[in-house]
Ligand binder design. Sequence first.
Ligand SMILES: Nc1ncnc2c1ncn2[C@@H]1O[C@H](COP(=O)(O)OP(=O)(O)OP(=O)(O)O)[C@@H](O)[C@H]1O
Length: 234
Amino acid sequence: MSLVLSAAALRFAWPGADRACIDIERFEVDAGEAVFLHGPSGCGKSTLLSLLAGVLIADAGQVRLLGHDWAAHSGAARDRARVAHVGYIFQQFNLLPYLSVLDNVLLPCRFSGRRMAQASQDGSAQAQARELLARMGLDSSLWQRQAMQLSVGQQQRVAAARALIGHPEVVIADEPTSALDEDRREAFLDVLLAACAAHRSALVFVSHDQRIAARFSRHVLLPEINRAASGVAA
Ligand SMILES: Nc1ncnc2c1ncn2[C@@H]1O[C@H](COP(=O)(O)OP(=O)(O)OP(=O)(O)O)[C@@H](O)[C@H]1O
């Protein structure tokens, strides 16, 4: 097994909060694992994803990506490491509204030589972007449109293609199927899970949707590992 993400003695409280939001002794994800992270609304799933991706820094303890402690890096170095090694599908997608669909997907390649090299391995980054969009069921007539002109479900799939381009070691997905109908949801999961398996990307996938849980090799109920969410004092 090769460890890709690890959190140890991790503690985080939002500013002004009277108690910790995250208090986790240990959480580890290996290369190629597909983790279904679930739990009641407000239990800290999105907060944990932000800590795993180095968007937030813990008050105590550590999160390591590929062995490197996020807290040991400056903000700029964290941004570089994130774009090189992490594909993040945000709950609100975070697409650049005025950029075309295709350019949104290619963004990680613009900011990371590693993502560009990996995306170009079997041709060009453009070709990989087009292939991902096609596999996500995004019609080619949409690829030159501004991202803001797409429906929510279409934007979700663009965000997923952007997360997958250049085969990052970690893919983090925050409720990425919430706006998809059943057929689209299954097709989306087919592409996401196959792409992660093919490149041994570790996938941490947050969802409330128990209908899709069976498709994941490992299930983690956040309140079970989070003393803060379970109400147990640290
Ligand atoms: N930016 C913020 N500032 C202050 N508190 C926050 C912030 N974001 C989240 N919280 C608080 O942290 C707690 C956990 O929120 P989080 O969004 O991580 O939960 P979640 O499990 O992802 O919820 P949901 O399933 O509803 O998306 C909540 O009590 C929330 O109010």
